[in-house]
Design a protein around this ligand. Structure first.
Ligand code: 7TS
Length: 426
């Protein structure tokens, strides 16, 4: 166990006192030695590893508390319900959301965006209305809107980005119009690491009374998100990218919007009365939570948020910025390497290409050196087109990574260069 104080919900530990090596030891998977090499897990943007406290809380739930929620009147069910609803409060505080009923449990960011697309946008949009997204969205924040466009005749408009991977605010301003019915943008690009100026963008959209959805799938794990300050209308993140289990995530929506929306999934739990003629929907948040939820996942997610709070998101941000700077400098010195995405405001995600090798070859060779990175289009194919590359290699860092992981990455890239320049064994 690390030496951080788990009794405090919010850590007051100063940065210099945080024991990062001890924190790394909280993650049992990281001690593996693939091919006999230390594991440098650098695919945190795809999913994060889980600390013992999360693994243990899920196991504890199944061992001692497992029952369905909101239905049984026996002790076990009441305990499961209490744990489930306590997690909702935890998320509310984690994001500084105004109300607990504004937090809806879903499978993940993908399901949350589909929910807003189908329940908010679909019934309201008319032909030639516009949905505004950015050029650096994940497919999860593109395809659900394309589906709504097909269903309603609305049109998808795209805010361009500059060569550094930054939103072009003047173009955004010009694209906002009375036709714009919703703006949906990422809070942190999974493929570039760019952090868009979302606060400004929300203010600009709100000046025209246009609601804004922020895709926080990446952001929530890297820096403090304060929904009352941001004032966005919808926000989402996935549990598995924030040290929690897979298959669980959350959607925040302003109560006024959620109340006016019809659910797009029907089933148990989301109704207050059913007859064969008609049904009345349950109150918020349950009206959007049809069926048995991922209860153990929700419990694990609450444990993950508690864990993050004990380290402190400010400490996490500072540590990850150190790693980002260290890695950026080291990678820039690697022959033939070009970083894609040099935004001024970035989190710890670095996409790059090498002159000598295709990203898939890079990641295969790196794997044999114990380095796990992602290669491909990162579910952001239009972004690859924007930068005129078929794919990139991507290293994404968590606070549990360290300088040795980065050195292992850089040395392995030098090996790739040697192999592909035919200099091996000379
Ligand atoms: N939005 C962003 C910005 C993402 O990075 C991802 C997943 C999603 C939405 C979808 O999240 P899900 O949990 O619902 O799947 N991003 C990645 C990635 O970069 N590599 O694998 C998944």
């Amino acid at each position: 166990m690390s030496l951080i104080d788990r009794s405090a919900e919010h850590s007051s530990l100063p940065f210099s006192k945080v024991d990062w090596p001890a924190i790394r030891r909280d993650f049992p998977l990281l001690t593996q030695q693939p091919y006999g090499k230390p594991l440098a897990y650098l695919d945190n943007a795809a999913t994060t590893q889980k600390p013992n406290i999360v693994i243990d809380s899920v196991a504890h739930f199944y061992r001692f508390d497992n029952a369905n929620v909101h239905r049984g009147v026996y002790q076990l069910s009441e305990r499961a319900t209490a744990a489930f609803e306590a997690a909702r409060d935890k998320i509310k505080y984690f994001l500084n959301a105004p109300l607990r009923e504004e937090i809806i449990f879903v499978r993940g960011a993908t399901e949350a965006i589909n929910l807003v697309a189908q329940s908010y946008a679909r019934p309201r949009l008319k032909p030639f209305d516009e949905i505004l997204i950015s050029a650096m969205e994940h497919h999860s924040n593109i395809v659900p809107w394309q589906m709504v466009c097909k269903q309603t005749g609305a049109q998808l408009k795209v805010i361009p980005i500059n060569d550094n991977g930054e939103i072009m605010l003047d173009s955004y301003r010009a694209l906002l119009s009375e036709k714009t019915k919703i703006v949906a943008i990422t809070h942190l690009s999974n493929a570039l690491g760019s952090i868009p100026p979302v606060q400004k963008m929300i203010t600009m959209a709100h000046a025209r009374e246009i609601p804004v959805l922020l895709d926080g799938a990446q952001a929530a794990a890297h820096f403090k998100v304060d929904l009352q300050t941001l004032d966005c209308d919808f926000y989402t993140f996935s549990g598995h990218k924030i040290y929690g289990p897979t298959g669980v995530g959350m959607l925040y929506g302003k109560k006024s919007y959620l109340e006016a929306m019809e659910p797009y999934q029907g089933g148990g739990e989301m109704i207050s009365r059913v007859s064969f003629e008609s049904s009345d929907y349950n109150s918020l948040p349950y009206k959007f939570e049809a069926g048995t939820p991922n209860i153990a996942g929700v419990v694990g997610l609450a444990a993950a948020l508690g864990y993050i709070n004990t380290i402190g998101l400010d400490n996490i941000r500072q540590r990850e910025q150190q790693l980002l700077n260290y890695a950026t400098q080291a990678l820039e010195q690697t022959a033939g390497l070009r970083i894609i995405g040099m935004a001024k405001h970035k989190a710890s995600i670095i996409s790059f290409v090498l002159d000598s090798a295709h990203p898939h070859d890079i990641s295969t060779i790196l794997d044999q050196q114990g380095v796990a990175i992602r290669a491909g289009h990162h579910c952001a194919m239009p972004l690859m087109t924007r930068f005129n590359v078929p794919a990139t290699a991507r290293a994404s860092f968590s606070f549990y990574n360290n300088e040795s992981d980065i050195e292992q990455l850089v040395q392995s890239l030098q090996l790739v260069n040697q192999i592909f320049s035919g200099k091996m064994g000379e």
